[in-house]
Design a protein around this ligand. Structure first.
Ligand code: GLA
Length: 576
């Protein structure tokens, strides 16, 4: 087992230095876990660290998923086979630029739900989840002959709250279900007090000034080993922002400083991977900033698993402190499949009759109350007064298209300075439709509670508008049905496009969308994630294992408009 004495780690009684790197199994296709883990080992590291996202494993209350990209045990086993140790962070909340910080969206069905504190309903949901999750982990503990040497309680709790009994509850919830051995917390060097708890090792997170960080940890707990649980080697990106980079030289220098001081480290991230599907998080400070699809992070490996200059520089430093194994790792081919012309398969509205996720409500329900976690949701009502009126758009999260009698009148965004729009109603009875896009829930800070759809009443012409028909758009709806598309053309965007291409050899490729504005790409039914002409990301990573030898299908859901209907499959990414 892993223990600490006199500011040092001991593993099964021997002095041990944790040389770890973060790889999130839920951000990498399972076929590539081994490749990424081998590259981690070949860098001289002895441990892999991963979060465990609750929302992936319990997408609906009581419905658990542990297969495919959610095969936690498969990932731990893959690490073990390579002789790596594993650190797990199974807290209900993980931050990680992940949708809602890993919390399941369905928690928000209850408007009174308090998160990350001793709210009885929240704790009950955590217990139900842990009843399923923790027994899966126990057999992999080092005390049982497995590779798991440590587990984290909560995540940077000092930067969120001061409910000490909630931390104790989580610690005991793990212990009572059979977690033995090392437990730890991790926090910024100035946040250690509220983030830590008795009998649990404190660690620190930072990207620079290691001496200062380690000194604060020592002051807080004099016998704690110097452990940087998140060494921020790069950073994440937001739509409309710059792509963040951090020089390899600088990253390697700080690494050297930490290792010279006898420190243990976990690179955050060793390999970032991808926010596939709708799983990106967001930040909300002055404005709402959703995270892009790529979680490249300017990490040691790129989003598609390639070595970077930073990898070689850091490996060189690691090599001064430990033996580096000599490993043969086959290269994964990159293929430029070229242009694929897609055909217009109609408006999203043409698929409306196919959905059974339609409901009526006197007042607009939030997306969560309507039983939906992610994607798009349509609100429809009748407005029985002609004329021009201001409508209050506050509380529409995050972005919406507003149509009157089937005509697009406005696109609004949560960040718009003006939070009203003027709508023109030409008839005595008008149809008002509001199609709302959930662009990712906030994953950090005091705006964590981030319900989607229409989150407060719609105020128009000095009254609240009641009686809504609400339709949840699940992508499966048009993915399965495009073949049967019969026409009845609705002119409106969003529109569905589809095409096929033939792969003679299968390899990684990058979907370039220069003719398109905003939407999602689906390859053989797999949701690759969002694209948006705002950048900095211009291509979507398409890992080879999602392709087949022979014909492959690509569906694009374009929300706003496209200049042409061609996508191009490149052999290189364009990010920033
Ligand atoms: C904190 C969190 C991580 C991640 C990083 C930023 O350290 O603990 O989950 O969000 O910030 O990438």
């Amino acid at each position: 087992m892993l223990e600490t004495r006199n500011q040092s780690f001991y593993l099964n009684g021997e002095p041990f230095r944790i040389l770890s790197g973060a790889i999130h199994y839920f951000r990498v296709v399972p076929e590539y876990w081994e490749d990424r883990l081998k590259k981690l080992k070949a860098c001289g590291l002895n441990t892999v660290e991963t979060y465990i996202p609750w929302n992936v494993h319990e997408p609906r209350k009581g419905e658990f998923v542990f297969t495919g990209m959610a095969d936690l045990e498969g990932f731990v086993t893959a690490a073990q086979k390579l002789g790596l140790y594993v650190i797990l962070r199974p807290s209900p909340y993980i931050c990680a630029e992940w949708e809602f910080g890993g919390l399941p969206a369905w928690l928000l069905q209850d408007k009174n739900m308090e998160l990350r504190c001793s709210h009885p309903a929240f704790l009950k949901h955590v217990e139900d989840y842990y009843d399923v999750l923790i027994p899966k982990i126990v057999p992999y503990l080092i005390e049982k002959g497995g590779p798991v040497i440590g587990l984290q309680v909560e995540n940077e709790y000092g930067g969120y709250g001061n409910d000490a009994s909630y931390l104790l509850f989580l610690r005991d919830a793990m212990r009572n279900r059979g977690i033995t051995g090392m437990l730890f917390t991790s926090d910024g060097p100035d946040m250690l007090k509220s983030g830590s708890l008795p009998d649990v090792l404190p660690t620190v997170n930072f990207g620079s000034r290691p001496e200062e960080g380690f000194e604060k940890l020592k002051q807080f707990q004099s016998d704690a080993p110097a452990m940087c649980m998140e060494y921020w080697i790069g950073w994440f990106d937001h739509w409309g922002g710059e792509h963040h980079t951090r020089g390899g030289e600088d990253a390697a220098e700080v690494l050297d400083e930490m290792l010279r001081a006898g420190g243990s480290i976990n690179f955050y991230m060793f390999h970032g991977g991808t926010n596939f599907g709708f799983m990106n998080g967001a930040n909300q400070y002055e404005s709402y900033s959703p995270t892009i699809t790529s979680y490249d992070y300017d990490a040691l490996l790129t989003e598609s698993g390639d070595y970077t200059d930073k990898y070689w520089k850091c490996k060189h430093i690691v090599g001064r402190y430990t033996d580096i194994p000599d490993m043969e790792i086959p290269e994964i081919p990159k293929v430029a499949y070229g242009d694929v012309l897609l055909s217009d398969m109609g408006s999203l509205f043409d698929y409306l009759p196919d959905t059974n996720s339609k409901m009526n409500s006197a007042y607009p329900l939030t997306m969560e109350q309507a039983g939906q976690n992610y994607g798009y949701i349509l609100y429809k009502t009748a407005v029985e007064f002609p004329g021009k009126y201001e409508m209050d758009t506050r509380g529409i999260h995050d972005r919406a298209f507003i149509y009157v009698n089937g005509e697009h009148q406005h696109t609004i965004y949560r960040n718009d300075e003006k939070q009203t729009v003027t709508l023109s109603f030409s008839q005595s009875v008008n149809t008002l439709e509001i199609l709302v896009e959930n662009m990712g829930r906030v994953n950090y800070g005091n705006n964590l509670k981030d319900p989607k759809g229409i989150t407060q009443g719609i105020w128009l012409n000095n009254q609240y508008i009641y009686n809504w028909e609400i339709t949840s758009f699940e992508p499966e709806m048009f993915l399965g049905n495009t073949k049967e598309y019969k026409g009845m053309p609705d002119e409106r965007y969003p529109r569905v496009f589809k095409g096929t291409f033939t792969a003679d050899t299968v390899g990684d490729t990058f979907v370039s969308l220069s003719e398109w504005t905003k939407g999602n790409v689906f390859v053989n039914g797999f949701n690759l994630g969002r694209y948006w002409s705002e950048g900095p990301q211009e291509t979507l990573y398409l890992p080879g294992p999602l392709l087949k030898n022979g014909e492959n299908e690509i569906v694009v859901l374009e929300l706003e408009g496209n200049e042409g209907a061609t996508i191009t499959l490149l052999d290189k990414p364009q990010l920033g």
